[in-house]
Design a protein around this ligand. Sequence first.
Ligand code: SF4
Ligand code: SF4
Length: 711
Amino acid sequence: MERSFRKEVAKLRLGEGEVFHGEGILAVTKALLQSGVSYVGGYQGAPISHLMDVLADAQPVLDELGIHFEPCANEAAAAAMLAASVNYPIRGAVTWKSVVGTNVASDGLSNLASAGVKGGALIVLGEDYGEGASIIQERTHAFAMKSAMCLIDPRPDLEAIVRLVEQGFALSEASSMPAMMELRIRACHVHGHFRTRDNVRPRFSHNDKITQPDFDFGRVCLPPATYAQEKHKIEHRLPAAIDFIRTHKLNETYPGETDEIGIIVQGGICNTLLRGLAQFGLADAFGTTKVPVHVLNVTYPLVPDEIAGFCAGKRAVLVVEEGQPEFIEQAVNAILRKADVNAVVCGKDVLPMAGEYTAETMLRGLDGFLARHAPASLGAGEAVARVGRLLAEKDEAAKAFGPNLPLRTPSFCTGCPERPIFSAIRIMERELGPVHVSADIGCHTFAALPPFNVGNSVMGYGLGLASSAGLAPSFGKRLVSIMGDGGFWHNGIASGVIPAQTNGADGVLLVVNNGYTSATGWQKLPSSVRGPDGRPRVLSIKRALKGLGIRWLCTVRTYSVGRMVAMLRTAMTTAEKGLKVIIADGECQLARQRRIRPEIARQLAGGKRVVRTRFGVDDDVCTGDHSCIRLSGCPSLTVKPSPDPLRSDPVAHVDNDCVGCGVCGEVADAAVLCPSFYEARIVQNPTPLDRALARLRGGTIRLLGGLRRAA
Ligand code: SF4
Ligand code: SF4
């Protein structure tokens, strides 16, 4: 795992009245234990990967309480776990990254939401929306509305988050609706404190088992029960949820100092709003605001009378709602018209329809709203003018830079074992011409960016091979499909390999086997060498493929660029029909470095001989054409001025971050570039033999150098 929570999980044992200090994601875990959950599960993905990591590290605490924890095969499996709460009064929580995970889980979620729940069911979602996001930009809100699930969007404050987790279960039980809680990245990592309560032993668990199965056809998703379930959502569940939200004051109102204007904000971006208001002198660092603010900690369902009450008598109200479509703004308009409240509703007219509401975006939106509607009594006129001038200056500066600023795109890590696969594809293309590559989700998706630009389409996690199915029969060359080991087990084996076999597909599949779900923080996979508990794992991608009848199958070490090119060439040109699979093997370099660093430190401290490999470029040989950089893309490969005064082109240079994977040299060799690369071995704690050899080599080099000068 990227991060261990072994020390922090001690805080999960805090009892009544103690004070927890720490991070949002850990507070969520503590809140789950205080809520008496019986089971937890999920599938990792930013920004909630750490929740899975915390739960894995908290296994001893979970065991004591009898709570079952299951890292699921994918999000659909996690959603299906919640079936336990359909029939029995037991509480459960699952987690994944949204919206991609919610897409995968949506079949299970529709069935769950239709059947309704007896025990509280909470889905903790990492809402990966905005500038740091790595996925398609959509909102979870639409899922909540279509399936009638409550959507909690807590204010990023630990007390608020913990209260809403606990109340989320109660809300779910009161309304029979599953509750989703969306946590943006800032909420996951916000630090703070809250007063803890004792952990609650679940009513049913490992320790206290259910003895009688429950059968109720009304909870089975089959007609005619489904018709009654839909009516139940409208007639009972939604009204019950609205009643609970109102009665338990899940939403919050800050009164402010004016009756003329107000702001309605999603809980998750409340801090950004208050920070923005502070820039106008209308709020302080502790959240006291002069403009009345209604914080929607639950964004679905809305409570109509709460909203109408907040807006009544105001001239204008700003709805701060991140993303599109403007579900909340539309709903507020409808609520106000029905209640005959005549406040002007602003929102997407002053704030952008799409994209994250960063601090600057918020400032621009507030500036637009306040300039039009702020009453003089707030005394914000001067601040509004000042912020307006500042933003205009920023716009001028951006215009001066023009569209020519280079993009800072992400890339593979130094020494990544996935990079050489794409160098090999590029080298193969020199012989066979351009190929169509159906890419997949994972670190390997970075290959679509420069310098490789390999990857023509991305359709979803584990869907690389499936996304070749439509094009392959109509394409004049075999397609290359990519799939990571994470994607393979998540669904690629079922949605890609099995259909390819049964439908007689004739293509090339590259399974990138780096041993972890690296992009989400190195969680273990079914085929990882060891599980999180350190025990060896038994599943193997190779055996699974053989079991499915794949005959053309080979494993290639990714760093062996020459062999990878040769196998790709063969797979693309062989007369043999059917799916040809190359398992590209190479441990994630970042995980490997973390794994071996403590071991190396131990060896050095114990006086043991340690050899590190580094690569370099010989300045005298490098011609400065930089093909190695274009074909390797390693961030450690850079340029420096040529030491030769007669050559103006900079030469290639390997900087100090090099981990000695050897790919640059391999690529130079496989692509027949030049012999500039050399390998150097750095020996720490050398033996007498090492020292003698070093003296001998140094002497020989000096001697030959002297002879050359003399000649
Ligand atoms: S995390 Fe691992 S697999 Fe991903 S880019 Fe870095 S080295 Fe490569
Ligand atoms: S050996 Fe080459 S490719 Fe590998 S990390 Fe060093 S510079 Fe990068």
